[in-house]
Design a protein around this ligand. Structure first.
Ligand code: SF4
Length: 276
C-alpha cells in the first residue's frame, strides 16, 4: 500500500472531532448550511429557509426561499465527503421543515434506506398527514419538536406549526399502530427557554403529556445563542427537570456535549446569499 493510498483510506474512514458547520452553495446564489456533529452525525438542511419562522430560530428568520431538490440534499453529503470524511449516520434536522418538502425528502430517505445509511429526521409535525410515513421510513427515528406541553405555549413558540391537539391525537393513533421498537425511536424535543416554558407548571404539564406515550423519549434541549436573539436556557434547570422527570418514570435525555458546544443547538444554521 502506497503512503498516499493509506492516507486517503484513513481520511475516508475518519471523521473530524469537533462540530463542523459548513456552507453549501446552490446554483441560484443561495447558500445553505449543514453541520457535522463530532458524535458522527451529519445534519442536513431540507429547505432554503423555513416558512415556520419559529421566533427562537435563526434558520427560519428569513422565511422560506425555496425547496431543496433531492440532488441538493445529496450535494450536502457529497461536499462533506469531498472534505475527506465519512459520516456514520445522517439526520435531516438543519434548515427547513422536512414535511413541507416531503416528496424530495421521501425520495432522499428511500435512497438512504436502500444504501443502508441510517437516517433520522426532526420535524414539528406540520403536514401531519405525512407523519406516519415519515416514522416508518426514518431508520434511526424521528424527533418531534414540541417545545410545549399545552396548546397555548405551543402556539406561542411554533405559531405557524401544526395545531397542538390534532397533532397529539395523531400521535395517539400512530402510537397504537407501531411496534414498541419503533416507538422507542420516537423522541419529543423540548427546548427549555428561560422564563417562557421552564416554569414548574410547564414541567407538570410535560409530565402529564409524556405519560400519554410511555415508550417515547423526551429530549430536553439547551438553547444555543444566535445573533440578535435574546433567548437562553438555564443548564441547572435542565438538570433539575431531567432528574425530576426520570424519577417519575419518564425516559428522558439531556443534550450531549456535541449539542452543547458551538453550532450544536437547534436552529443555529443560517441561510445566506452568495452575492447581492
Ligand atoms: S425551528 Fe425548525 S421549523 Fe422552526 S423555523 Fe427553525 S428550522 Fe423551521
Amino acid at each position: 500500500m502506497t503512503f498516499s493510498y493509506a492516507l486517503r483510506m484513513q481520511m475516508q474512514t475518519s471523521t473530524p472531532s469537533p462540530n463542523v458547520k459548513f456552507p453549501v452553495a446552490l446554483h441560484d446564489g443561495l447558500v445553505i448550511e449543514a453541520v457535522y456533529y463530532g458524535s458522527g452525525t451529519l445534519c442536513l438542511s431540507s429547505q432554503a429557509g423555513c416558512a415556520l419562522a419559529c421566533p427562537f430560530c435563526a434558520s427560519g428568520s428569513q422565511g422560506l426561499k425555496r425547496q431543496l431538490s433531492v440532488a441538493e440534499l445529496e450535494l450536502q453529503l457529497q461536499q462533506f465527503r469531498q472534505m475527506g470524511f465519512e459520516p456514520q449516520r445522517l439526520t435531516i434536522s438543519g434548515i427547513g421543515e422536512p414535511l413541507q418538502n416531503w416528496e424530495n425528502v421521501r425520495s432522499f430517505m428511500t435512497s438512504c434506506q436502500k444504501q443502508g445509511t441510517g437516517i433520522s429526521v426532526t420535524t414539528t409535525g406540520v403536514a401531519i398527514q405525512h407523519l406516519e410515513e415519515l416514522i416508518t421510513l426514518a431508520t434511526n427515528g424521528v424527533m418531534l419538536s414540541l417545545h410545549a406541553a399545552t396548546a397555548d405555549m405551543h402556539r406561542q413558540l411554533i405559531p405557524k406549526g401544526p395545531d397542538f391537539l390534532p397533532l397529539c391525537n395523531e400521535l395517539d393513533r400512530i402510537y397504537s399502530l407501531i411496534s414498541r421498537r419503533k416507538r422507542r425511536k420516537l423522541g419529543i424535543n423540548y427546548l427549555l427557554l428561560s422564563g417562557i416554558n421552564d416554569r414548574q407548571s410547564d414541567q407538570q404539564a410535560l409530565l402529564t403529556l409524556m405519560q400519554r406515550w410511555p415508550d417515547f423519549t423526551l429530549h430536553l434541549l439547551r438553547y444555543n445563542p444566535v445573533a440578535n436573539m435574546t433567548f437562553d436556557s438555564d443548564p441547572d434547570k435542565i438538570d433539575h427537570w431531567h432528574d425530576s422527570l426520570l424519577k417519575e418514570g419518564i425516559s428522558v435525555r439531556r443534550p450531549n456535549r456535541w449539542r452543547n458546544s458551538a453550532d450544536g443547538g437547534c436552529g443555529t444554521l443560517y441561510l445566506q446569499r452568495n452575492f447581492p
